[in-house]
Design a protein around this ligand. Structure first.
Ligand code: SAH
Length: 223
């Protein structure tokens, strides 16, 4: 098809800059991932618009601005001197944000509860060959109990309140970025501010940012 995707993606990057995204790492990752390959061919020409588009199973691909914003917020709350490490995405959907995360962080685990979307993400991501991206079919809220495992956790679906179980999976200094609230959501960053030793209880610092609109998180698995 006659889609000049490089040029459209460049325009998307310029728009993200105009919207206030500054982190070069984030902009580079957004420039790398071909968003049009994550949506149905009939929607490919709209892939670089700043909107959420349908991906089947009543779900949507995340809007470019919120993907960039969530990752930039995480990076700006993580210690500068540490290289970005291991992260979890809850709500992998078609795999778009997971691919962007994999270009920014060392190791990415992306969990999706709908089997059909999990398979779709596998197909979409195969050509990008990202060896540091691990796609899992599961309920991202049923904690695997790996405390202190992730440097950052991203929720790609909204919750009324902060999921406390997931906070335990963060390292000291780690961050959760999530759309929180009902009916209105805000992008919230929760940072673990202590808890380096076992006797030291973790404390959390919460900050609210943009008003956002994500699909709701659901529990359990779906075909
Ligand atoms: N990050 C995706 C956005 C997908 S929309 C992208 O870039 O395209 C949110 C996704 O969260 C949906 O696919 C939905 O099925 C999934 N989801 C909702 N609740 C979940 C849960 N508890 N565990 C895992 N995935 C979940």
């Amino acid at each position: 098809m006659g889609l000049d995707s490089d040029r459209l993606r460049e325009r998307m990057i310029q728009r993200l800059r105009d919207q206030g995204i500054q982190n070069v790492r984030v902009l580079k990752a957004m420039a790398f991932v071909p968003r049009h390959q994550f949506v149905d061919a009939a929607l490919a020409s709209r892939a670089y618009e700043d909107s959420a588009l349908p991906i089947g199973h009543s779900q949507t691909i995340s809007q470019p601005y919120v993907v960039a914003r969530a990752i930039e917020l995480a990076l700006s709350h993580l210690p500068f001197d540490e290289p970005p490490g291991r992260v979890l995405e809850v709500g992998g959907g078609c795999g778009y944000q997971a691919a962007v995360l994999a270009k920014v962080f060392a190791e990415v685990y992306s969990v999706e509860r709908i089997a059909g979307l999990h398979q779709q993400a596998r197909r979409n991501l195969f050509p990008l060959a990202l060896p540091n991206l691990h796609l899992l079919h599961g309920d991202g809220l049923s904690s695997a109990g790996r405390s202190g495992f992730f440097q950052a956790i991203f929720l790609a679906a909204g919750m009324p309140d902060i999921p406390l179980d997931l906070l335990r999976e963060l390292t000291s200094g780690g961050v959760l970025v999530a759309p929180i609230g009902s009916p209105r959501q805000k992008l919230v960053v929760v940072r673990v501010t202590s808890g380096e030793t076992q006797s030291d209880r973790p404390t959390y610092e919460r900050r609210e940012f943009d008003e956002v609109s994500y699909v709701p998180i659901l529990r359990g698995l779906q075909k």
